[in-house]
Design a protein around this ligand. Structure first.
Ligand code: ADP
Ligand code: MG
Length: 394
């Protein structure tokens, strides 16, 4: 995974089609609730401007189901982006078609146009060839900066890149690829993986892949209780996936066979339900009937902290407890602080993991937090992402 980037190609006077991820969360009255995805694309846009490009931006936004729906217009994004960049950002009436082609061809170097939502056309998510042809007519160069959509083969990321050369990574995409390579593909050892979250079933492929790549796994979250039950221990009413018990046993066996250290919690913060605030800290083998483990306890935090200190590289996916509730957030927050303090290269990803690290206030002390939940998980599973595979090799 070593791809050409925007820094390695000539953009002067070219129509530079930049696929970004402007799929921002909105409030009920149609204002932008969280603009990280817009600010994350700005370095690439500025670089393309500096290099004399004529800038065409394209993104999906919500699920308009292949129809033009005003509530899924990118207008609020165009307005905000224009403020952030301090220059006009024209909004095209659509993302393809004669009128749009005329607007694009009239662009001067240093000018920016944002195409309307690419999902106004049903062919987008089907990577329809005619739609991809229509996108390709707008571009001399393709830059993909939408890592969050890279696990999907759609017309505006994959179809267009199959038709236009060069097709290269933007700065955000290049960072995602680089940090993933450094943390998982060619890491400095020892490598520690922190794995958590609610379900073993959604993480089987990640667990199996990491067992083959890393030196130790620190496993917390609800997932740990499926492992304990598989060992024949009692877990009270903690979340367990009974159909995953064999998977857990196999993972433990794999870890033994490969010499991977698999660390499980030694204590837990328990309550009778996630909405209860009456908690106790107990040894992991002493969870009473009717009580559930909802966070890792202080002894586990210490155990995990010590293990992390020996790591040269840390990969993290999944919270250690129900961090959304203050009563069960401490384990995740304490571990976030521990990772932030480590000198190891640290790479984290996953929708909830990202939220937890921001909540912990450590985001700027983690080497890299992936911007793509689903795409990051597929990379961790060892899959090739179509949106990256299609880009020109360096
Ligand atoms: P990510 O989105 O980072 O991949 P997941 O979606 O796998 O993470 O897991 C996050 C969810 O796991 C959170 O909603 C959290 O409340 C839940 N969770 C973590 N630990 C527990 C637990 N002990 N019991 C129940 N739910 C848990
Ligand atoms: Mg999640």
């Amino acid at each position: 995974m070593n791809k050409l980037t925007i820094d390695q190609i000539d953009l002067a006077g070219k129509r530079v089609f930049i696929r970004v991820d402007f799929n921002v969360p909105m409030t009920e009255n149609g204002t932008i609730r969280e603009e990280t995805r817009i600010t994350a694309a700005i370095p690439t846009i500025r670089r393309a401007l500096e290099k004399g490009g004529r800038i065409i931006l394209a993104s999906h936004f919500g699920r308009p189901e292949g129809k033009i729906m005003p509530e899924y217009s990118l207008r609020p994004v165009a307005e905000r982006l224009s403020q952030l960049l301090g220059q006009p950002v024209a909004l095209a009436p659509d993302c393809i078609g004669d009128a749009v082609e005329q607007m694009v061809n009239a662009l001067q170097p240093g000018q920016i146009i944002l195409l309307e939502n690419v999902r106004f056309h049903a062919g987008e998510t089907k990577n329809n060839p005619q739609l991809a042809d229509a996108f390709a007519r707008l571009a001399d160069v393709v830059v993909n900066d939408a890592f969050g959509a890279a696990h999907r083969a759609h017309a505006s990321n994959v179809g267009i890149a199959q038709r236009v050369t060069p097709a290269v990574a933007g700065l955000l995409m290049a960072d995602e690829i680089n940090y993933f390579n450094r943390a998982v593909r060619h890491p400095q050892r020892p490598v520690a993986a922190i794995l958590g979250g609610s379900k073993v079933s959604t993480k089987i492929a990640v667990i199996e892949r990491l067992l083959a790549q890393v030196d130790m796994i620190l496993l917390g979250g609800a997932m740990a209780f499926t492992f304990f039950k598989a060992r024949g221990q009692t877990v009270g009413s903690s979340l367990v996936e009974d159909e995953m018990l064999q998977v857990a046993r196999d993972a433990e066996e794999q870890a033994r066979a490969r010499g991977v250290k698999l660390l499980l919690p030694v204590d837990a913060v328990i309550a009778t339900s996630p909405s209860s605030t009456t908690t106790q800290i107990v040894s992991i083998d002493a969870i009473p009937e009717g009580w559930m483990g909802l966070d890792i306890g202080p002894a586990t935090i210490q155990l995990f902290q010590q293990a992390l200190q020996t790591a040269a590289t840390i990969v993290w996916n999944g919270p250690m407890g129900v961090f959304e509730k203050p009563a069960f957030a401490n384990g995740t927050l304490a571990l976030a602080e521990a990772v932030a303090q480590c000198s190891a290269l640290s790479v984290a990803g996953g929708g909830d993991t990202d939220a937890a690290l921001r909540q912990a206030g450590v985001a700027d002390r983690i080497s890299f937090i992936s911007t793509g939940g689903g795409a990051f998980m597929e990379l961790l599973e060892g899959k090739e992402l179509p949106g990256i595979a299609v880009l020109n090799d360096a």
